[in-house]
Design a binder for this molecule. Structure first.
Ligand SMILES: Cc1cc2nc3c(=O)[nH]c(=O)nc-3n(C[C@H](O)[C@H](O)[C@H](O)COP(=O)(O)OP(=O)(O)OC[C@H]3O[C@@H](n4cnc5c(N)ncnc54)[C@H](O)[C@@H]3O)c2cc1C
Length: 400
């Protein structure tokens, strides 16, 4: 490479920070421009499945997953809403390490951001830089910020989330698709939570029109709750809308009493509607690259949105390192690899909603019987065993 390729990443969420970290590891210069004045993530947890965790582990981070996360012993422990009857569960832990070479982790979102950021020097991340404009030519692009400053780079990564301002410069936008459900989120101190919720287990309670998930985060000090119920008029898609504990509890009235104890131990709850978008037809236009939720926002029922953003980041870095000065060639390989995979996960996530929310009756009983049969990890093998960097390496090694 005669001159170092420069990359500007717009958005310092999980996707943007992962992009900068993987690019740095690949020897490509990248800087992050985040609109917020301080780096913080929503007060909520997430699941990091083996397909994403194995990529994060390959980064040279000062903070490790083990320092802040919880390695699940069991996942998808499905329980019946009324009395907690166990319908199905996935042994993870040793089984996951043997099968996928990695654990499934649960983390507070800000802890995952801390892990990713610890792979970057502080001067690579610029806060208080809200992108308001973008222009490009055949060799690069200029990002314009609200404060009047501009940055020129060879490649601009749009990692600015589900409401991306950059997306419309890259692809024909698709309309947000409502899911008909809203999400409730809360964190509870582990010592205030009922005992079953403190186990290193992701528990999923299924009931008619609703489901509720809980798992420990922050090295087990907190329990994360995320639940879904029918949307109400006026719900907005945002990390910051506050809900009321009593409304959350009322949505799950009549469910197993342990859930009432868990919900009412929360001091604060967040509430918002949940949406995705129809898959885009492109992730790259010229020197603008879409990544993470800016490209493929998905319903959260497979717990893969952040995981797919991390896969995007690792593949983009591999392509840019592999193609060197051929920037356009690198971006073409990125799009070829990422568009079908992310589209598949988007579709799978959407299809889970109806399955999780079946009313009690013959279909629900057939679902519960099917849960209990066969190899419980088989349905997620395609997702968890995928090694995005290996897939990229194979593709890049093929003659064009
Ligand atoms: C209820 C729920 C549960 C979920 N659970 C999971 C889970 O268990 N596992 C999982 O993998 N995923 C989960 N997800 C999905 C996951 O949260 C997202 O897919 C992930 O956060 C996407 O990361 P991102 O970096 O693309 O976008 P974001 O996290 O939205 O980050 C975008 C960043 O860009 C910044 N930004 C926006 N506009 C601008 C601008 N104009 N200029 C500069 N900066 C800007 C924002 O401030 C933000 O920091 C869940 C989502 C929901 C709603």
């Amino acid at each position: 490479m005669s001159r170092r390729v420069r990359v500007a990443v717009v958005g310092g969420g999980i996707g943007g920070m992962a992009a900068a970290a993987f690019l740095r590891r690949a020897g490509v210069s990248a800087e992050v421009f985040e609109q917020a004045r301080e780096l913080r993530e929503a007060g909520a947890g997430l699941v990091l499945a083996p397909n994403a965790a194995r990529l994060v582990r390959r980064l040279d981070t000062a903070v490790a997953l083990e320092d802040v996360g919880v390695a699940l012993q069991r996942g998808s422990e499905f329980r019946r809403w009324a009395d907690g009857t166990e319908l199905f569960s996935l042994e993870l832990g040793e089984v996951s390490r043997r099968r996928y070479g990695e654990d499934t982790w649960t983390l507070h979102r800000s802890d995952l951001l801390k892990v990713l950021r610890s792979a970057l020097p502080a001067d690579r991340v610029h806060l208080g830089r809200r992108c308001v404009g973008f222009v490009q030519d055949p060799t690069g692009a200029v990002v314009e910020f609200e404060d009047g400053s501009t940055v020129r780079a060879d490649v601009v990564i749009a990692a600015d989330g589900v409401h991306s301002v950059l997306r419309e410069h890259a692809a024909l936008p698709t309309e947000p698709r409502a899911s008909g459900v809203c999400a409730w989120r809360a964190l509870v101190a582990a010592d205030a939570a009922p005992e079953p919720a403190r186990r290193p287990v992701q528990t999923v309670w299924l009931g008619p029109g609703r489901h509720l998930v809980h798992y420990p985060v922050s090295s087990g000090r907190l329990v994360n709750i995320v639940a879904f119920s029918p949307v109400r008029a006026g719900d907005v898609e945002s990390w910051s809308v506050e809900g009321r504990v009593e409304d959350f509890a009322a949505e799950f009235a009549g469910w197993d009493p342990r859930l009432k104890a868990l919900i009412t131990a929360a001091e604060q709850v967040g509430r918002w509607s949940v949406l995705d978008r129809a898959p885009l037809s492109a992730m790259v236009r010229g020197r603008l690259v879409l990544l993470g939720d800016a490209a493929h926002p998905m319903l959260p029922f497979f717990a893969q949105g952040a995981g797919q953003a991390i896969e995007d980041a690792a593949v983009l870095a591999a392509c840019m390192a592999g193609r060197g000065a051929d920037v356009d060639g690198a971006l073409a390989v990125y799009e070829r690899l990422r568009l079908p995979r992310a589209t598949l996960v988007q579709g799978a996530s959407r299809s889970r909603l109806a399955v999780n929310h079946l009313p009690d009756g013959p279909q629900q009983r057939a679902r519960d019987r099917a849960f209990a049969e066969g190899d419980p990890l088989k349905p997620v093998d395609w997702l968890f065993s995928y090694d995005a960097e290996q897939v990229a390496a194979v593709s890049l090694a093929r003659p064009e």
